[in-house]
Write a protein that binds this ligand. Structure first.
Ligand code: GAL
Length: 377
């Protein structure tokens, strides 16, 4: 080996060592931590993506809640990739976590990642989205997702006028168990009014074919979701809405009702419907109380959102983690069937927010500050 090469090798080794040391200190750039109880990490938290404000919101609420925790934590993001998610789990296992709090990007694909955690005796808490078809999930903290869909649908029914109102249906990602629950909850409320002609489906032949079925099987739901999914992606929602309006007849415009699964997709859909002059009015649902949608609600560009108080979910998840670390059994309120086992769950209620109560629910409760919005009365 030549001298130059040897010198280079030494330099390389020094650099690698420096990189490893830096990595040990800060984790990945998305990490955050509590005050710490030793050298390792006690609780690992994995969120699905930073591309949706919903999850950035959860990160902030975790950070607020952990500010004076005795246990050390680290938060990683999977950026919409199951492979990255698995890497994140492995990185946290290497740091010695005892509890893993995880929102899967894809509920079924995440099974392999949590099975690895289980092998290391780590307690797994599914956060907001269930991990399916595995026995490696110990607990689930969630909002009442059927109630989310039901509330969206009820809002549409309470505010439509007359009959024969065109109904546009949109759904979340088929890889997310919640998307099924939201749609199922909405369908139960909407279906009788579709069957009696109050509402007329405008954009889904699959939903149209099932309009006389009050109870949809998972397979039925999959068919409709497959057709009207947004994949939780605002761009996909926008493209779909544009395609639907281009194909729609005049009778399918006028005053319309739109079931949008969450705020990010609702805002894109709103922009498309607002720019069509044959749409005279639209009622539009949402979910998550994202700041940008609160402004849309104040400006009457989105009709409502379903507020999920993430502070409660964070409190429940961390409360469970601490019980586990302290050697106790966390309290739960029910169970969720994940296709393989009944997962013990703690469930939280949701709140419907529209222009009438936005100040009371979100500002007076100190979830947001009034200064973050304009035109709030
Ligand atoms: C769901 C979650 C919703 C929404 C959506 C998009 O699983 O429950 O609150 O944020 O994902 O990411």
């Amino acid at each position: 080996m030549g001298k130059r090469f040897k010198g280079f090798t030494l330099l390389l080794m020094v650099m690698i060592f420096a990189l490893i040391a830096a990595g040990c200190n800060s984790g990945d750039s998305d990490s955050g931590s509590g005050s710490g109880s030793g050298s390792g990490v006690d609780v690992g938290i994995i969120l699905p993506t930073k591309d949706e404000p919903r999850w950035v919101q959860d990160e902030q609420r975790f950070k607020d809640a952990l500010a004076d925790s005795d246990y050390s934590t680290e938060i990683l993001f999977s950026q919409g990739s199951s492979a990255k998610e698995k890497e994140n789990v492995e990185a946290l296992l290497n740091k010695g976590i005892k509890v893993l709090i995880i929102t899967p990007h894809d509920g079924a694909a995440a099974a392999a990642a949590v099975e690895a955690a289980k092998k290391d005796d780590v307690t797994v808490i599914a956060y907001d989205r269930l991990i399916t078809d595995t026995d490696a999930v110990d607990y689930y903290v969630t909002f009442d997702s059927l109630a989310v869909g039901a509330a969206q649908a009820q809002y549409l029914l309470d505010n439509i006028e007359g009959s024969g109102v065109p109904l546009y249906l949109y759904a979340g990602a088929a890889s997310d168990n919640n998307a099924f629950l939201f749609f199922e909850g909405a369908w139960k409320v909407l279906q009788p009014k579709i069957a009696d002609g109050t509402l007329v489906i405008a954009n889904s032949s699959e939903a149209e074919a099932l309009k006389d079925s009050a109870d949809l099987s998972r397979e039925d739901l999959g068919k409709i979701i497959g057709q009207v999914t947004t994949n939780w992606d605002p761009n996909e929602a926008k493209n779909k809405a544009q395609t639907h309006l281009t194909a729609a007849s005049d009778a399918q415009k006028g005053d319309v009702a739109i079931l949008a699964p969450n705020d990010g997709t609702a805002r894109s859909i709103a922009d498309v419907f607002a720019s069509d002059s044959a749409v005279t009015n639209y009622l539009l649902t949402g979910q998550d109380a994202e700041k940008a949608s609160i402004q849309y609600i104040i400006d009457e560009k989105q009709s409502m959102t379903v507020f999920k108080d993430v502070r409660t979910l964070v409190e429940d998840a961390m409360g469970m983690a601490i019980e586990v670390l302290d050697g106790n059994t966390p309290e739960t309120t029910g169970t969720y069937d994940n296709g393989q086992v009944e997962v013990k769950a703690k469930q939280t209620d949701v709140i419907v927010v529209d222009k009438e109560n936005v100040k009371q629910e979100l500002i007076d409760s100190e979830y947001y500050d009034a200064s973050e919005f304009t035109g709030l009365e």
